[in-house]
Design a binder for this molecule. Structure first.
Ligand code: NMX
Ligand code: MLT
Length: 435
């Protein structure tokens, strides 16, 4: 543990010194202009955050510390006999800024195994909720119950110096990442498998063990979980879950409170909940059309009906991306390798052929292409995970890797409280009149 923490601190101090010099020399440099419409329209295109872990290009998609998803699939260490990257390696890359060795990844697997104990009161708190409670609500309640374990909040109450914030946030983040799969798997088995829980397997990697605890022993499902946990981990800093975690963390709310806040944002249908909405939408379409394999014409009619009903087509569009999401493509490649003849996966590919031209023809949608959520559910259904309300929890366990690595950076760089200025429309009208 000490090794990775020391490396992180070294990198953090070096960048903090660089930023100090950079701001001394260029602090007044203008990097953009803000139009009134941007202020009213979700701050699209306004640069207002620094997030070191990943960067999104509208045409090309996400890069983690400079590496694209295809590059990560090639370069990150794999499980024995596997071909997909281990999420431990991606976390190391986001935190340290360099590709890990096999030994670094093994070390992280061991650290997370040792820190994975979840106290009983967390399970008891989840048990207090009706079993019908949405899995994302159970997940957030589980994270909140675990907040009793926060080192940051204990050390802050005991008078911790500002210089040590990063250290306590680092420890809390490691503990949280180690414990989340156990909580998520508990919720899955509680809600869908009659509370027949499965004990962790200390010989498995973080994602492999997560698959095992949910009850999936198939090696290719474990591979899917490794890939899934990598591709959903981070999407630069402005998305709702990352931005919320960062914002709440800036008040020095500890990592448990900050992550829970971010996960509440992920639970929205325009963000992470879209992965459940996609499968629900396809199931409803199949049911209405009384077929497991709708034709392109049938899909096109159903899309038009969805739009006429004043609803969005889930899994399509993006606030920043303007091309097919490389996370969609990575999942499509996985599908072609492991399940090319699966009818539901084929429907997802058929929807991909059919939807973009229809959305484009509306003239108002900036990105008619699929995002990550358009594909993930069909792969899960293939392995028998049909309980689509659970899908966003999987997204959340993965997203914790990115937003908590970023929270460690926020504190080591000593970022301040986030507090932008807001205005009223009355004030805007006065400005426009020159008052
Ligand atoms: N289906 C129907 N209408 C859409 C869609 C879509 N998939 N995407 C955008 N629009 C509409 C949007 O509602 C807006 O309509 P109006 O002017 O009547 O309010 C118009 O097109 C312009 O929106 P954009 O500027 O293209 O998109 P925006 O940046 O506002 O929103 C999303 C981005 C992702 C919220 C939007 O594309 C959407 O609602 N997609 C479906 C939900 C989804 O898949 N979300 C998951 C995103 C990825 N993730 O995991 O977080
Ligand atoms: C994400 O992964 O966070 C989504 O694609 C949404 C976003 O980037 O705004």
């Amino acid at each position: 543990m000490g090794i990775i923490k020391d490396r992180f601190k070294e990198k953090g101090d070096a960048l903090a010194a660089e930023i100090k010099d950079l701001l001394k020399e260029h602090g007044t440099t203008k990097i953009g202009e803000v139009q009134l419409s941007q202020v009213y329209q979700g701050m699209r295109g306004i640069t207002g955050l620094v997030t070191e872990t990943s960067l999104l290009d509208a045409q090309e998609g996400i890069r983690f510390r400079g590496y694209s998803i295809p590059e990560l699939r090639e370069k990150l260490p794999k499980a024995e006999g596997g071909t997909e990257p281990l999420p431990e390696g991606l976390f190391y890359l986001m935190l340290i800024g360099e590709l890990p060795t096999e030994a670094d990844v093994e070390h992280l697997t061991g650290v997370w195994q040792r820190r994975s104990h979840v106290p009983n009161h967390v399970f008891a708190t989840i048990e207090a909720l009706p079993a019908t409670t949405h899995p994302m609500t159970q997940f957030v309640v589980g994270i909140m119950a675990l907040q009793t374990e926060s080192e940051f909040s204990k050390r802050y109450a005991a008078g911790m110096s500002k210089k040590d914030y990063w250290d306590a946030v680092f420890d809390d983040s490691m503990d949280l990442i180690a414990r989340l799969p156990r909580i998520a798997a508990y919720i899955y088995r509680r809600k869908y498998k009659n509370g027949d829980h499965i004990q962790p397997n200390g010989l498995l990697d973080w994602a492999g063990n997560f698959a095992h605890m949910m009850g999936y022993s198939d090696e290719s499902f474990k591979e899917l979980m490794r890939l899934y946990m990598v591709i959903h981990a981070d999407h630069e800093g402005g998305n709702v879950s990352a931005h919320t975690t960062h914002l709440v963390g800036s008040a020095l709310s500890d990592p448990y409170l900050s992550l829970a806040a971010g996960m509440n944002g992920l639970a929205g249908p325009l963000h992470g909940l879209a992965n459940q909405e996609v499968i629900k939408w396809i199931y409803e379409m199949r049911e209405e059309l009384k077929t497991e394999a709708p034709t392109s014409e049938q899909i096109a009619d159903y899309v038009k009906k969805t739009l006429e009903g004043g609803k969005v087509v889930p899994g399509y569009g993006h606030a920043v991306l303007r091309k097919t999401d490389p996370r969609f493509t990575a999942q499509m490649e996985f599908g072609k390798k492991h399940m090319p003849d699966d009818p539901l996966v084929q429907t997802v590919w058929n929807v991909y052929e059919t939807v973009p031209p229809i959305l484009q023809s509306l003239g108002k949608i900036k990105n008619p292409w699929p995002n990550v959520d358009a594909h993930s559910g069909a792969l899960l259904v293939h392995y028998g995970m049909v309980e689509y309300e659970f899908y966003t929890v999987l997204f959340g366990v993965s997203r914790a890797l990115g937003v908590l690595a970023s929270l460690c950076w926020d504190r080591v760089l000593n970022f301040p409280l986030e507090r932008p200025k807001s205005i009223t429309t009355d004030l805007v009208k006065k400005w426009l009149k020159g008052e």
